[in-house]
Every structure is written in C-alpha cells, then in structure tokens.
Design a protein around this ligand. Structure first.
Ligand SMILES: Nc1ncnc2c1ncn2[C@@H]1O[C@H](COP(=O)(O)OP(=O)(O)OP(=O)(O)O)[C@@H](O)[C@H]1O
Ligand SMILES: [Mg+2]
Length: 352
C-alpha cells in the first residue's frame, strides 16, 4: 500500500509562503510527477511528504494515517536525490545495504536483498566498487537501489536524472519506467523537464508559485490545458499564443483573416492558442494568417519554422523534416479547427 493525500498543505519560511494550499490524492501505485519552473516549490513539497521539511499548515496522510508530524523514518518512504548522496568510502553493496544494516537486519539477509535489487538494476558486476569508480548513470542506479532495498511504501525522486547527459537521461528514464512497472509502487517524481513528465507520469501536477495549476494525465494536459500557463508549459516547442477578438461566432486575428469559432467556444476569447504541430502551411494568401519564415531549424525528423506574422508575433510551425527548407519565403498558416485553444482575459481556457 502507498496512497498519499495532501490536505490544504501550506509551507511558510518565516513570513514567506512558498506552498499555498495544496490538495492532492495520490493513488497507491501511481507515478505522479511534480513539474514547474525553478522556485515554484516542487522540492519543498516533496520534502514535506518525506518529512524532511516541516508542514506549516494542513495534513499529510499516508495510507489514511496522519503522518504530518512524523519523522522521516516513521513514514516508510524512500527519497532519491539529484546529488545521489552516496557514502564515498563504502562499496556499492554497502551503500545499498546501509539502511538495512543499521536497522539490525542480519548480514546474510542484507546480502540477499541487495543481490536481488542489484539484479533488477543490473548492478551485479559493480557491487565491490566505490561510487567514485562508477559512471553518473551507475551512481544514480545505486542511489535508486539503496531506496528499493528498504521496500518502502513509496519512492520520492527529486530531479534524479538532471546530472546525467542527454542520452543517459533517456536510458535512465526508461529504467525508471521499467522499475515502476516491476515494483508497482507509488512514486512521486520532481522534474522541471516537461519531456520527462510527459513520458513517465500517470498524472502530472503542474505547479506555479506554490499552487497547483492543473492535475491530469499527460494527454489531458496536452489536449485540454486549463490555462495559458499549462498550455505553454506542456508541449515542445511550446504552444503559439495570439491575441484575438470574437465577433458573431468568428474569432478575429489582428490584421489577418481569422476564422470561425467552434460552437463550444462562443464566450469572449482574448487569446487563441495553437500548437506548432497543428498548423498546416498553405500558399501565402490563404490560411488564417501569413508571414515570412525567419528561421527554419532542421532536426532531422522535423523542421521547426519560426514565422514572423506581424502583429501576431513570431509563430512556430512544425513540419516533417522531409519537406523543403523554406527560410525567407512568405507562407500562409492554416490552423486545424479541432486543435484551437481559446482563453479569456484571466488566462483561463474556454472549454466546451
Ligand atoms: N530553507 C528555506 N528558507 C527560505 N526559503 C526557502 C527555503 N527553501 C526553499 N526556499 C524558497 O522556497 C521556494 C521554493 O523552493 P523549491 O526548492 O521548493 O523550488 P523548486 O521548485 O524545487 O525549484 P528548482 O526547480 O530550482 O529545484 C523558493 O523561492 C526558495 O527560495
Ligand atoms: Mg528543486
């Protein structure tokens, strides 16, 4: 078991409030990701769940038990840090078995448990080495292994992959996904990398300034963001946003053609959003607007075209890498109707 509930949780450092009333129910076995810009409170919230940081107001429940004021060791949660925090003078085996050994578990049992976990994490051949003789990815696996041997109710990860290079990060991401499938335990994972969040999470919690902006599956956040912040935070390259007005069932783009409003978005919209992958390039005088391609970035599989659309700003359009380079050309932009996102003056999404 390992359900975690946060009830109106707040954190104050002196008279500065950094967590501003968080309510969240994390199901047993779920992989939840906290994502948001630097300083929004991700680590603080995770450390509050771990018991490493006091909770100023509200409650934290673990399997229904109030653990708000319990010390970390009484919470049966294991934390994995960005910095690994391994003991440099101990071997991989000793590092992984450390918590069990200090808890008085017999040596033979510790050896067996460490061997089992080393198997899962493919660390068997490194058990005798010191951390300094391992690569970053291997060290991170040891840190994860050390958390697993304790058989906790849940795992708390604070940016575990951010010290790794790009290709190793992808490998370790896959490892963590595999681990979650194998262990089926609750995982709360902090990152500021929205790709990590999208690829790993059952549900993503988007945080900003100590508040939840939206909670949902990766698909929900991508397809149906609640507000401008989430719309632009999830998805890469980020969603294009343009000022618009609405008139008699049409949305109007400043100085351009605009288009018909869909029936569900009749309320007065002040901004319209469209993702780079939902724009089709058409001849210059057609489409909802047009512009001059300033820069075409070629990434192999894709092109990202940055198109100067005058008063609408520079819009990004994604096309297949197999298409032609169109830098310097004037093009029309057609927005797929089904993929338009309308927002009101308070930056809230206008949904059906
Ligand atoms: N001990 C502390 N005393 C005072 N303020 C703190 C303390 N720890 C954190 N803060 C502040 O709380 C806010 C949230 O910090 P936190 O470390 O949770 O952010 P984060 O979302 O994890 O950011 P990052 O992505 O940079 O790791 C920040 O403004 C930070 O300066
Ligand atoms: Mg942090």
């Amino acid at each position: 078991m390992g359900s975690i509930s946060l009830k109106s949780v707040e954190k104050w450092f002196g008279n500065v409030q950094v967590i501003k009333g968080i309510d969240l129910d994390i199901q047993d076995g779920e992989l939840i990701i906290f994502v948001g810009p630097s300083g929004c409170g991700k680590s603080t919230l995770l450390r509050m769940i771990a018991g490493l940081e006091e909770t100023s107001r509200g409650q934290i429940l673990l399997d229904g038990d109030d653990v708000t004021h319990k010390v970390p060791s009484e919470r049966e949660l294991s934390m994995v840090f960005q910095s690994y925090a391994l003991y440099p003078h101990l071997s991989v085996e000793e590092n992984m078995g450390f918590a069990l050994t200090t808890a008085g578990v017999p040596k033979a049992e510790v050896t067996q448990k460490v061997a089992d976990v080393a198997d899962v994490l493919k660390l068997n051949e490194y058990l005798d080495r010191r951390p300094k003789d391992l690569s970053g990815g291997q060290r991170q696996r040891v840190a994860i292994g050390r958390a697993i041997v304790r058989k906790p109710k849940g795992f708390l990860f604070d940016e575990p992959l951010s010290n790794l290079d790009a290709s190793l990060r992808v490998d370790m991401r896959f490892e963590i996904a595999r681990l979650h499938k194998t262990l089926q335990s609750t995982m709360v994972y902090v990152t500021h990398d929205q790709v990590e969040a999208m690829t790993l999470a059952d549900r993503i919690v988007v945080l900003k300034d100590g508040k939840i902006m939206q909670v949902g599956s990766p698909r929900e956040l991508y397809e149906s963001p609640d507000n401008v912040f989430v719309a632009q935070f999830i998805g890469s390259p980020k969603m294009n946003l343009m000022p618009c007005s609405t008139d008699n069932g049409r949305f109007l783009l400043d100085g351009h053609n605009g288009g018909s409003l869909t029936a569900s978005t009749q309320s007065p919209a002040t901004q319209v959003g469209i993702r780079p992958e939902h724009v089709t390039l058409v001849p210059g005088d057609q489409g909802h607007c047009n512009g001059v391609v300033q820069v075409s970035e070629y990434l192999g599989a894709d092109f990202f075209h940055h198109i100067d659309c005058g008063a609408l700003g520079v819009l990004t359009v994604r096309t297949s890498g197999a298409t032609e380079d169109i830098e310097g050309k004037t093009v029309g932009l057609h927005f797929n109707d089904d993929n338009l996102h309308f927002f009101d003056g308070d930056q809230h999404a206008l949904k059906a």
